[in-house]
Write a protein that binds this ligand. Structure first.
Ligand SMILES: Nc1ncnc2c1ncn2[C@@H]1O[C@H](COP(=O)(O)OP(=O)(O)OP(=O)(O)O)[C@@H](O)[C@H]1O
Ligand SMILES: [Mg+2]
Length: 255
C-alpha cells in the first residue's frame, strides 16, 4: 500500500480538501484508495458528501478495543474513508497519552490493514506540530506538504523540513501550493519563491482558488461532477498525474 501523509504547518491551507480530492480522483481511475482522517476535527467524511461528521471511527474503535479500520465505509465516490470519529476532551486525553507513549501506533495499525498492495492510503492530519501529524509522517512512505501562497507558509517552511528530518529522515517530502489566485502579484511572487527554493520537490501543478471546491462540498457532490472543465479540476488531475508518474512511482508499496 502506498501511504501518503498530507501535512502543513499552517492551518486551513487545504490539507483535507486535497486529501478528499485526490482520493476521489484515484477512485475514479479505479485505483483502490483508503482516506484516513487522523485529525480530531473529524471532518474528512463530510468532504465526501456526508452531511454530518461521523460518530464512529478510529478513536471510538480504539477506546472500545475494536480492530483498527473496521469503521471504514465506502462512500458514494467509491472511496473507503476511515473517520476519526466523535471525540470529547476525556477520550482525547486518553488517546493522546497513548500516542505519546507509542510513536509508531498508527504505523503498526496500518500495517495490519488487509488492503491490496497497489492501493493508496491518504492520511489527513492535524497541522504541524502535533502528535497526529507526527504519527502520520512516521507511518507514511511519502509526505505531501500543502503550502498557501502567503507569507505564513513561506515563514513556516523550515519548520516543515525540520519536522520531517526529525520524525522520518528517510521519507520523501514533496510540496504543493493550494489556493492560488493568479491575478494577485504577491501570490505569483511567492509561487516563484517556492519554485526556486523547492525546485523538483514542488508540484508543477499549483491548485488554483475556486469557489467550486466549497460549493461541491455544500452541495454534497464532487468537483468532477459540479465543474469538470474548471481550471481547478485540471490542476488536481495534473497534481495526481505528477504524483503517480514521479514521487509515488518510486514508492516500494510495502504494506
Ligand atoms: N483550492 C481551493 N479553492 C477554494 N477553496 C478552497 C480551496 N482549497 C481549500 N478551500 C477551502 O478552504 C477551507 C479550508 O480547507 P481545508 O479544510 O481543506 O483546510 P485544512 O488545511 O484541512 O484546514 P484545518 O487546518 O482546519 O484542518 C475550506 O472551506 C475549503 O473548502
Ligand atoms: Mg483539515
Amino acid at each position: 500500500m502506498f501511504k501518503i501523509a498530507i501535512v502543513s504547518a499552517a492551518g486551513g491551507v487545504g490539507r483535507s480538501t486535497l486529501t478528499a480530492s485526490l482520493a476521489i480522483l484515484l477512485a475514479q481511475r479505479e485505483i483502490a484508495v483508503l482516506a484516513l482522517d487522523f485529525d480530531p476535527q473529524n471532518l474528512l467524511s463530510t468532504l465526501f458528501g456526508s452531511g454530518e461528521a461521523s460518530l464512529g471511527g478510529l478513536l471510538p474503535d480504539f477506546l472500545t478495543k475494536k480492530e483498527f479500520g473496521k469503521s471504514a465505509l465506502v462512500n458514494s465516490n467509491g472511496v473507503a474513508c476511515l473517520p476519526f470519529g466523535r471525540a470529547n476532551e476525556t477520550s482525547l486525553v486518553t488517546f493522546e497519552q497513548h500516542l505519546r507513549a507509542e510513536p509508531e501506533w498508527l504505523s503498526k495499525c496500518i500495517a495490519q490493514i488487509d488492503y491490496p498492495s497497489e492501493a493508496f492510503l491518504l492520511i489527513d492530519t492535524s497541522r504541524l506540530p502535533s502528535l497526529y501529524a507526527r504519527q502520520a509522517i512516521v507511518a507514511a512512505d511519502l509526505v505531501l506538504a500543502v503550502l498557501a501562497p502567503d507569507a505564513r507558509s513561506l515563514a513556516l517552511l523550515p519548520a516543515v523540513e525540520a519536522t520531517l528530518s526529525r520524525c522520518a529522515p528517510g521519507s520523501q517530502l514533496i510540496y504543493v501550493v493550494n489556493g492560488l489566485d493568479s491575478t494577485r502579484t504577491l501570490q505569483n511572487d511567492l509561487l516563484a519563491r517556492f519554485r526556486s527554493t523547492l525546485q523538483m520537490r514542488l508540484s508543477p501543478y499549483p491548485v488554483h482558488r475556486d469557489e467550486a471546491i466549497p460549493r461541491a462540498v455544500a452541495n454534497r457532490t464532487n468537483l468532477q461532477s459540479l465543474s469538470p472543465d474548471s481550471l481547478v479540476a485540471h490542476d488536481l488531475n495534473g497534481l495526481l498525474n505528477w504524483l503517480l508518474a514521479g514521487p509515488a512511482s518510486s514508492l516500494d508499496g510495502k504494506v
